[in-house]
Design a protein around this ligand. Structure first.
Ligand SMILES: NC(=O)c1ccc[n+]([C@@H]2O[C@H](COP(=O)([O-])OP(=O)(O)OC[C@H]3O[C@@H](n4cnc5c(N)ncnc54)[C@H](O)[C@@H]3O)[C@@H](O)[C@H]2O)c1
Length: 348
């Protein structure tokens, strides 16, 4: 399969590029990425010399850039079989601060890619989406299924829901073979340290406070990025066009418990309020979703997917990775990210 992967220099995209190149000898990848603050070519150092890999710097919302990436696939690999669309603005806090860039990249960018996929008669288009499009659950509510209606609460989630609907419409109206995956909270190597787990690890290692929103009892369903990448690859190859596939981690946990587990892995005091414990509760995020939980029954039943990482093992491996890759996160924490943290809760 010759793939156009967008956002391949980000957290999940880079793990996916590495995964497919290792897993499928006959796979080739063009990675189209704008290299925003979240994109980092260092994430793909180990594959950049692979003859099956090409990088194109460009914006998914700019038709000329997308066209360049398609031409790169044509020149290097003789054509393009599928698009796997990861590129997005992905941080809820940033979407609250500046929603417009989320609409441009996540909504317009998806439409530009869909138009290009149609024009070039690409065989599959996989839209990588999120459980956040479903909104928020109460404690006793049943997990979402693929039939649950979209009810997004943040500008980020609304932009992803809009993109999902445009992808669906493109399938129905023009017959493009569109697939949508909706995944829960990912963790693992190469995650930008603005998200909960790497923020906790890197702040604690840097001797800074670890901010936790509100009462810390917000529940997320954590999945290791490798389990997500395997799901995307399965849906890409064997999923039914027109369908949505939820990808849940089967690991519901409260934010405060996740942060405490990280601190225990680092050998630091984890009881809030005790000496040496870096946890600081901060004012809650506006519109903060209380709980996410999804059923992955369709993915398991139709495609035989199973998660391989138990949360405790995955967290240990991830914390180890940040310990072993201090130079990586010290570099990405400097500059733009620091400026953002200083404007928001993570800053002090
Ligand atoms: N992180 C999660 O827990 C999670 C869960 C479910 C779904 N998702 C989805 O998975 C995808 C990837 O998430 P991530 O956590 O890896 O994000 P990320 O922020 O780490 O990476 C996003 C990548 O997209 C690139 N990008 C941003 N705007 C672009 C543009 N206009 N044109 C081209 N490239 C652009 C960035 O440079 C970066 O490399 C997103 O679509 C996100 O909505 C993420």
């Amino acid at each position: 399969m010759r793939l156009l992967v967008t956002g391949g220099a980000g957290f999940i995209g880079s793990n996916f590029v590495r995964y497919v190149l290792a897993e499928h000898a006959d796979c080739a990848v063009v990675n189209l990425d704008k290299l925003t603050y979240a994109g980092n070519l260092e994430n793909l150092r180990d594959v950049e010399a692979d003859p099956r890999y090409r990088f194109v710097r460009g914006d998914v919302a700019a038709p000329a850039d997308v066209e360049r990436a398609v031409q790169a696939a044509r020149e290097a690999f003789g054509g393009l079989d599928a698009v796997v669309h990861f590129a997005a603005e992905s941080h809820v806090d940033r979407s609250i601060e500046d929603p417009q860039v989320f609409v441009r990249t996540n909504v317009l960018g998806t439409q530009v890619l869909l138009d290009a996929a149609r024009r070039h008669a690409v065989g599959r288009f996989l839209q990588v989406s999120t459980d956040e499009v479903y909104g928020s659950l109460g404690e006793g509510d049943a997990p979402w299924t693929e039939d649950s209606p979209p009810a997004p609460n943040s500008p980020y989630a609304a932009s992803k829901a809009a993109a999902d609907l445009l992808a669906r419409a493109c399938g129905r109206t023009y017959g493009l073979p569109v697939l949508i995956t909706r995944c829960s909270n990912n963790y693992g190597p190469y995650q930008f340290p603005e998200k909960l787990i790497p923020l906790a690890v890197t702040n604690a290692l840097a001797g800074e406070e670890v901010p936790v929103y509100g009462d810390g009892r917000h529940v997320r369903d954590w999945i290791h990025v490798e389990d997500h990448c395997r799901a995307v690859d399965l849906v890409l190859r064997r999923g039914r066009p027109g369908e949505v596939y939820n990808v849940g981690g089967e690991n519901e946990a409260r934010n405060i418990d996740v942060v405490r587990a990280v601190l225990r892995e680092l050998g630091l005091p984890d009881e809030p309020g005790t000496p040496g414990c870096p946890i600081r509760f901060v004012a809650d995020r506006p519109g903060h979703d209380r709980r996410y939980a999804m059923s992955s029954d369709r993915l398991r039943r139709e495609l035989g997917w199973r998660r391989r990482w138990a949360f405790a093992d995955g967290l240990r491996q991830t914390v180890r990775w940040y310990l072993d890759n201090r130079a990586w996160w010290e570099r990405v924490r400097s500059g733009e990210h620091r400026a953002f943290r200083e404007r928001t809760v993570g800053g002090r």
